[in-house]
Design a protein around this ligand. Structure first.
Ligand SMILES: [Zn+2]
Length: 209
């Protein structure tokens, strides 16, 4: 960081990028960091948080294959929206930090949103892990159709059956490869459903009737 740049930063800056206190000089009166050092600190924390966000984002599709919620497709849409919101915030944050502009509010929004994928993943895991098999309900259903959408992180294999829940018309069961290959439209099956320890109903298995 050259002398010219730090002088320019001094003129622009209103708050410390690291601790957020208002600053009047290049060195923050609260944490003692210069604006250049504060940017380095901010960037380090930002990278760590982005890492947590990505880890949570990868955990979600993985856990959703172990304990697939009945409303998985709806959750994935919600999840996709969060993903792109966080991505957009991250890009704006990075750009503003580079220009040493005010980022206090965005920083807080980012730190809340970036935790959502991890929170959702942990919730989904606990929902299935702490559910008792005594709560299993067997439901008679007929396979209506099925579809397979290949993907790297997220591979969608769904058996579609007529829904037993109101007002839902169909259930799209997130099945594994074996179950997907085993059943065809028209097959009579039993769908085993768990209520979920956190109240998120999930699909346990599907068997031939
Ligand atoms: Zn500071």
């Amino acid at each position: 960081m050259g002398r010219f740049e730090s002088r320019r930063a001094m003129n622009n800056i209103t708050r410390c990028l690291d601790c957020g206190s208002p600053r009047t000089a290049d060195q923050c009166p609260a944490c003692g960091l210069t604006s250049a050092a504060a940017e380095v600190m901010f960037r380090r924390r930002f990278m760590k948080r982005t890492g947590i966000f990505l880890a949570g984002s990868l955990a979600f599709p993985y856990i959703s294959q172990i304990y697939p919620p009945l409303d998985l497709d709806l959750m994935l849409i919600f999840f996709g929206v969060i993903f792109f919101v966080v991505l957009a915030i991250a890009i704006v944050l990075e750009r503003r930090a580079r220009k040493r502009q005010e980022i206090e509010i965005l920083k807080h929004v980012f730190s809340v949103f970036m935790l959502l994928p991890s929170i959702l993943s942990v919730m989904l895991f606990m929902n299935g892990r702490f559910d008792s098999q005594k709560n299993l309900t067997d439901i008679n259903a007929t396979v209506y159709s099925r579809y397979n959408m290949p993907g790297v992180v997220l591979r969608m294999r769904r058996l579609v059956v007529r829904s037993w829940r109101n007002p839902q018309k169909y259930e799209r069961l997130a099945v594994d490869a074996d179950d997907y290959d085993r059943f065809k439209p028209g097959d009579e099956v039993v769908v085993a459903v768990e209520p979920g320890a956190l109240g998120i109903p999930w699909y346990f298995g599907v068997y031939r009737r």
